[in-house]
Design a protein around this ligand. Structure first.
Ligand SMILES: [Zn+2]
Length: 158
Protein backbone atom coordinates (compact mmCIF):
# COMPACT_ATOMS: atom_id res chain seq x y z
CA UNK A 1 0.00 0.00 0.00
CA UNK A 2 1.30 3.43 -0.93
CA UNK A 3 1.70 5.94 1.84
CA UNK A 4 -0.01 9.03 0.56
CA UNK A 5 -1.82 11.22 3.05
CA UNK A 6 -2.69 13.77 0.41
CA UNK A 7 -6.17 12.55 -0.62
CA UNK A 8 -7.42 12.48 2.95
CA UNK A 9 -5.86 15.84 3.80
CA UNK A 10 -7.48 17.34 0.75
CA UNK A 11 -10.77 15.74 1.73
CA UNK A 12 -10.85 17.19 5.24
CA UNK A 13 -9.83 20.63 3.95
CA UNK A 14 -13.23 20.67 2.22
CA UNK A 15 -15.18 19.88 5.38
CA UNK A 16 -16.57 22.59 7.65
CA UNK A 17 -17.00 21.17 11.13
CA UNK A 18 -19.54 22.79 13.40
CA UNK A 19 -18.06 23.80 16.76
CA UNK A 20 -20.63 22.02 18.92
CA UNK A 21 -20.34 18.40 20.08
CA UNK A 22 -23.29 17.32 17.94
CA UNK A 23 -23.03 19.77 15.05
CA UNK A 24 -22.94 18.61 11.45
CA UNK A 25 -19.74 18.48 9.44
CA UNK A 26 -20.62 20.08 6.14
CA UNK A 27 -19.07 19.10 2.84
CA UNK A 28 -18.02 22.24 0.96
CA UNK A 29 -16.66 20.59 -2.19
CA UNK A 30 -18.57 19.62 -5.33
CA UNK A 31 -22.29 18.92 -5.03
CA UNK A 32 -24.02 16.91 -7.76
CA UNK A 33 -27.54 17.18 -9.18
CA UNK A 34 -28.80 14.57 -6.74
CA UNK A 35 -28.06 16.90 -3.83
CA UNK A 36 -25.17 14.79 -2.54
CA UNK A 37 -21.53 15.76 -2.56
CA UNK A 38 -18.86 14.37 -4.80
CA UNK A 39 -15.22 14.00 -3.95
CA UNK A 40 -12.91 13.44 -6.91
CA UNK A 41 -9.79 11.46 -6.28
CA UNK A 42 -7.48 8.89 -7.73
CA UNK A 43 -8.16 5.43 -6.39
CA UNK A 44 -6.56 2.17 -7.45
CA UNK A 45 -4.82 3.95 -10.30
CA UNK A 46 -7.84 5.63 -11.83
CA UNK A 47 -9.74 8.88 -11.43
CA UNK A 48 -13.03 8.41 -9.71
CA UNK A 49 -15.54 10.18 -7.54
CA UNK A 50 -17.03 9.11 -4.25
CA UNK A 51 -19.80 10.38 -2.04
CA UNK A 52 -18.14 12.35 0.73
CA UNK A 53 -20.32 10.96 3.53
CA UNK A 54 -19.40 7.41 2.53
CA UNK A 55 -15.75 8.31 2.20
CA UNK A 56 -15.69 10.01 5.60
CA UNK A 57 -17.50 7.09 7.21
CA UNK A 58 -14.93 4.63 5.91
CA UNK A 59 -12.02 6.87 6.86
CA UNK A 60 -13.14 7.44 10.41
CA UNK A 61 -14.82 4.17 11.36
CA UNK A 62 -12.69 1.81 9.28
CA UNK A 63 -15.92 0.09 8.23
CA UNK A 64 -16.18 -0.36 4.46
CA UNK A 65 -19.41 0.87 2.85
CA UNK A 66 -20.30 -1.53 0.05
CA UNK A 67 -22.38 -0.68 -2.98
CA UNK A 68 -25.59 -2.19 -1.62
CA UNK A 69 -25.21 -0.70 1.84
CA UNK A 70 -27.47 2.05 2.99
CA UNK A 71 -25.71 4.89 4.72
CA UNK A 72 -28.48 7.15 5.90
CA UNK A 73 -28.40 10.72 7.12
CA UNK A 74 -30.08 10.75 10.50
CA UNK A 75 -29.46 14.50 10.73
CA UNK A 76 -31.25 14.89 7.39
CA UNK A 77 -28.50 17.04 5.89
CA UNK A 78 -27.32 15.36 2.67
CA UNK A 79 -23.96 17.12 2.61
CA UNK A 80 -23.17 16.24 6.23
CA UNK A 81 -20.16 13.89 6.45
CA UNK A 82 -20.00 13.35 10.20
CA UNK A 83 -19.60 9.61 10.84
CA UNK A 84 -21.45 9.64 14.13
CA UNK A 85 -24.76 7.85 14.93
CA UNK A 86 -26.53 11.16 15.37
CA UNK A 87 -25.64 11.95 11.76
CA UNK A 88 -24.88 8.83 9.72
CA UNK A 89 -26.07 5.29 10.26
CA UNK A 90 -25.00 2.27 8.25
CA UNK A 91 -27.41 -0.53 7.38
CA UNK A 92 -30.11 -1.85 9.65
CA UNK A 93 -28.88 0.00 12.70
CA UNK A 94 -30.45 3.09 11.19
CA UNK A 95 -34.00 1.87 11.32
CA UNK A 96 -34.42 2.02 15.06
CA UNK A 97 -32.63 5.32 15.14
CA UNK A 98 -34.74 6.74 12.35
CA UNK A 99 -37.93 5.88 14.20
CA UNK A 100 -36.68 7.51 17.32
CA UNK A 101 -35.30 10.59 15.64
CA UNK A 102 -38.30 11.07 13.40
CA UNK A 103 -40.66 10.86 16.34
CA UNK A 104 -38.74 13.60 18.05
CA UNK A 105 -38.43 15.60 14.89
CA UNK A 106 -42.11 15.47 14.16
CA UNK A 107 -42.80 16.81 17.60
CA UNK A 108 -40.60 19.87 17.27
CA UNK A 109 -41.14 20.43 13.58
CA UNK A 110 -37.46 20.71 12.73
CA UNK A 111 -35.79 19.71 9.48
CA UNK A 112 -38.42 17.25 8.22
CA UNK A 113 -39.31 19.78 5.51
CA UNK A 114 -36.42 18.34 3.51
CA UNK A 115 -38.37 15.13 3.09
CA UNK A 116 -41.21 16.69 1.17
CA UNK A 117 -39.08 18.47 -1.37
CA UNK A 118 -38.60 17.21 -4.88
CA UNK A 119 -35.23 16.25 -6.28
CA UNK A 120 -34.52 19.67 -7.81
CA UNK A 121 -35.37 21.55 -4.63
CA UNK A 122 -33.40 19.01 -2.62
CA UNK A 123 -30.32 19.59 -4.77
CA UNK A 124 -30.84 23.36 -4.76
CA UNK A 125 -30.90 23.31 -0.99
CA UNK A 126 -27.68 21.32 -0.81
CA UNK A 127 -26.05 23.81 -3.15
CA UNK A 128 -27.35 26.74 -1.12
CA UNK A 129 -26.06 25.21 2.09
CA UNK A 130 -22.67 24.44 0.56
CA UNK A 131 -22.38 27.97 -0.86
CA UNK A 132 -23.40 29.56 2.43
CA UNK A 133 -20.90 27.42 4.34
CA UNK A 134 -18.14 28.45 1.94
CA UNK A 135 -19.04 32.12 2.07
CA UNK A 136 -19.90 32.58 5.73
CA UNK A 137 -18.27 29.70 7.56
CA UNK A 138 -20.16 28.25 10.51
CA UNK A 139 -22.71 30.99 11.06
CA UNK A 140 -26.01 29.56 12.26
CA UNK A 141 -27.83 32.79 11.47
CA UNK A 142 -27.11 31.95 7.83
CA UNK A 143 -26.88 28.15 7.87
CA UNK A 144 -29.69 27.47 10.35
CA UNK A 145 -32.62 28.42 8.12
CA UNK A 146 -31.21 26.40 5.22
CA UNK A 147 -30.50 23.37 7.38
CA UNK A 148 -33.96 23.43 8.92
CA UNK A 149 -35.51 23.51 5.47
CA UNK A 150 -37.05 26.93 5.82
CA UNK A 151 -36.56 28.89 2.63
CA UNK A 152 -36.75 32.59 3.49
CA UNK A 153 -37.71 33.38 -0.09
CA UNK A 154 -40.72 31.10 -0.09
CA UNK A 155 -43.84 31.42 2.00
CA UNK A 156 -44.18 28.66 4.57
CA UNK A 157 -47.02 26.26 3.93
CA UNK A 158 -47.29 25.01 7.48
ZN1 LIG B 1 -25.12 15.96 10.31
Amino acid sequence: MKTSAAPTDRFWSKVLKGPGPSDCWLWTGAVADDGYGRYFLRQNGRDTSVRPHRYAFELVTGTPVRDGDVLRHICNIPICVRPDPEHLILGTQRENMLDRVWDGRHANGASWHWRGTGRAAFAARSHALRDAALEHGWDMAVLGPIMSGVDPEEPTLF
